[in-house]
Design a protein around this ligand. Structure first.
Ligand code: NAX
Length: 327
């Protein structure tokens, strides 16, 4: 059997945590043979609830689940961790300005970055799910200078999966018939789901849909899907977000298929005019346990404008947290 992997989940008592932990413990995160040690981080008042979830995990008698540690101490939670899923975050409440939101989350992700730097395993991989995910990942990375920057990522896989599902429904094909779709920029309403490089049945996807559908239906439906779920469900996406987190890490570890790519928020190397160091979504491949930005794509003017707008928002978020002293 492969050696055990330690997985830390923050916000473990939340709704994404509840949809995520059982799938990790059943072997879907890394692979069906890899034993798992779970570490659950919560704020003090939610530790008891997280302990309740731990009891249920125990009661599943998952063959791969070796241990569960519940704590409100970040140092302990990230000690020896191989995979850190940063789900817990301060949600935006009514009347809260964007700056307040960034400030509240800086207070969460800075100490978590420090704890990762202090104690995580050599090969640690970090995924920020909690919003604003890209900038939370950036803050975490800034406080873990001993960990290679490429190990810090933000989740746009849910946006990617939403885009796959919308396009598959439009063209009446299976999601597996679609290749090379991409989400660019921020995990926010400015994100840009790109069909111009996507292929369906080996042919260009954008050429198989009306431009009006692409611009007026597809892009806004994908970008505003989170709000539509809240409207319908009375709560934000949870199981689909957990599913995307599983996909993100599974792909990172196990790789993308030949001739395909996926989407992830990764540290920019300056490609496509995205300022170096920003954590922005790109089309990425995964090979040998590393995400790499797909290089050399032609960006048409329609796409350029949308990528630039989303990247401008990321730049603004970075400037705000810089002003606040978080990076
Ligand atoms: P919940 O409010 O249900 O759970 C969040 C949990 O985090 C709570 O139990 C809370 O006690 C805990 N928490 C808060 N501060 C913490 C800290 N400092 N350390 C450890 N735990 C802490 O939210 P949930 O629905 O689970 O969503 C979690 C986050 O995911 C939110 O920020 C949400 O906006 C974000 N999302 C991101 C998505 C993405 O695609 N990147 C999609 C889904 C989701 O909206």
């Amino acid at each position: 059997t492969p050696s055990p992997v330690t997985v830390t989940v923050t916000g473990a008592a939340g709704q994404i945590g509840y949809a995520l932990l059982f799938r990790i413990a059943s072997g879907q995160l890394i692979g069906p043979d890899t034993p798992i040690n779970l570490k659950l981080l919560e704020i003090p008042k939610a530790v008891t609830a997280a302990e309740g979830t731990a009891m249920e995990l125990t009661d599943c008698a998952f063959p791969l689940l070796r241990s569960i540690d519940v704590t409100d101490d970040a140092r302990r939670a990230f000690d020896g961790t191989n995979v850190a899923l940063l789900v817990g975050a301060r949600p935006r409440t009514q009347g809260m300005e964007r700056g307040d939101l960034l400030e509240a989350n800086g207070g969460i992700f800075k100490p978590q970055g420090e704890a990762i730097n202090a104690g995580a395993a050599e090969d640690v991989r970090v995924l920020a799910v909690g919003n604003p995910a890209n900038t939370n990942a950036l803050i975490t990375q800034a406080h873990a200078p001993d960990v290679p920057a490429e190990r810090f990522t933000a989740m746009t896989r849910l946006d990617h999966n939403r885009a796959l599902a919308q396009l598959a429904a439009k063209l009446d094909v299976g999601v597996n018939d679609i290749r090379k779709l991409a989400i660019w920029g921020n995990h926010s309403a400015t994100q840009y789901p790109d069909l111009f490089h996507a292929e369906v049945g080996g042919k260009n996807a954008a050429e198989q849909v009306e431009q009006s559908w692409l611009a007026d239906e597809f892009i806004p439906t994908v970008a505003k899907r989170g709000a539509a779920i809240i409207e319908a469900r009375g709560a934000s996406s949870a199981a689909s977000a957990a599913n995307a987190a599983i996909d993100h890490v599974h792909t990172w570890v196990n790789g993308t298929a030949e001739g395909d790519w996926t989407s992830a928020g990764v540290v920019s190397d300056g490609s496509y005019g995205v300022p170096e160091g920003l954590i922005s979504s790109f089309p990425v491949t995964a090979r040998d346990g590393r995400y790499e930005i797909v290089q050399g794509l032609d960006i048409d003017p329609f796409s350029r404008e949308r990528i630039d707008a989303s990247v401008a928002e990321l730049t603004e978020e970075r400037d705000t947290v810089r002003r606040l002293g978080y990076i």
